[in-house]
Design a protein around this ligand. Structure first.
Ligand code: NAD
Ligand code: SER
Length: 311
């Protein structure tokens, strides 16, 4: 039976991952942790600051977990506005979580990102192994984080696993300050105002994925046969490569009068321009059977329906 500690459990991914893991492994076998919690939060939960290594170790030991899923981090746009904080949280928190996993011999997952790639990376169908010279603090943290997870695997035999997520699209918890957040905002604004002003410029492609596919990927990877895992930290995975106009076309199938305008944010546009247009997920497919069920049209229909239900 699995028993899992999740850091950053109040965030866009964590809030849904905890629910999904509880459905799969039982409510008492998933311990959510974060700096704060919503009043209505259910199930086992502890306040843990990941910059405090002893706190992670003590809570993991107290609940006798066998796995840490480490999500607490600062995303790309926020990291660009506070690079020192990003370094301390993204690198310090990861090191602390890895150390707790090493001391207690736990399986370990942490998400990397398309942010590991930079302007000198091939932009189309970006390979699993390629040039990684990111120009953002977030990207620097994610590349170093992948190497650190590999180091713990080779040096200590720790079972570390990870994916390079694209922009994640979901309706339960708002995104936390990334470059791809526009692809969530556009759906809320489509329902509320039938128009959206994009901070990302026309014709800018980025990879995206709907949250149910992102959660299934974590579970599939963590349950995969370790002998089949060659790349471990971390696998390219993607479902959709899209521009703001592609989202607009998909939304107009449901809201024909929807209008898109632009007011480009130079900081986030520069980050987007440094990332791939589309990435190649074939290593994840071959080594642990990654698959995505949602294309842009199926995701759009579901997002619009779910946001309407909420409002
Ligand atoms: P988020 O910003 O929505 O949530 C992060 C959570 O971490 C928040 O609940 C925050 O309170 C918590 N946190 C911040 N500082 C903390 C600290 N010192 N101690 C404990 N908790 C702290 O982020 P997310 O989108 O859920 O991302 C989770 C992970 O997935 C991150 O590593 C991120 O880089 C990665 N990722 C996310 C995406 C995406 O599109 N959401 C894409 C690629 C990778
Ligand atoms: N969605 C994330 C971001 O934009 C990708 O890592 O920061």
């Amino acid at each position: 039976m699995k028993k899992i500690l999740v850091t950053g459990a109040m965030g866009q991914i964590g809030s849904e991952l905890v629910r999904k893991l509880r459905e799969n492994y039982g409510p008492s076998n998933v311990i959510g942790t974060d700096l704060w919690k919503k009043e209505e939060t259910e199930g086992p939960f502890e306040i843990v600051d990941v910059t405090d290594g002893k706190a992670i170790h003590d809570v993991a030991k107290k609940h006798n977990v066998d796995t840490i899923m480490h999500l607490a981090a600062l995303l790309s746009a926020k990291a660009e506005s506070a690079p020192q904080l990003a370094w301390d949280l993204n690198m310090g928190g990861l090191m602390n979580a890895l150390e707790a996993a090493r001391e207690l011999d736990l399986q370990f997952f942490t998400p990397s990102s398309i942010g590991v790639f930079g302007p000198t990376t091939p932009k189309q169908n970006t390979p699993q192994e390629t040039t990684m010279r990111p120009t953002t603090m977030y990207g620097v943290n994610k590349v170093a984080g992948e190497l650190l997870c590999d180091y713990y695997y080779y040096r200590y035999g720790l079972d570390t696993r990870g994916v390079r997520y694209p922009g994640l699209i979901s309706y339960m918890t708002p995104p936390g300050g990334g470059t791809t957040d526009y692809a969530v905002e556009i759906y809320y604004e489509a329902i509320k105002h039938k128009k959206y002003t994009s901070y990302i410029a026309a014709n800018t492609y980025m990879d995206m994925m709907y949250m149910p596919d992102a959660l299934n990927a974590i579970i599939k990877l963590m349950e995969a046969d370790p002998d089949k895992l060659v790349h471990r930290n971390a696998y390219n995975i993607s479902a959709i490569s899209a521009t703001p106009e592609d989202f607009t076309d998909a939304i107009r199938k449901h809201i024909p009068e929807f209008e898109l305008t632009y007011d480009v944010d130079p900081v986030r546009q520069q980050i987007a321009d440094s990332w791939p247009d589309s990435i190649d997920s074939s290593a994840a497919k071959e080594e642990w059977g990654f698959e995505a069920a949602y294309d842009i049209d199926r995701m759009t229909a579901d997002m619009l329906a779910k946001i309407r239900e909420k409002s």
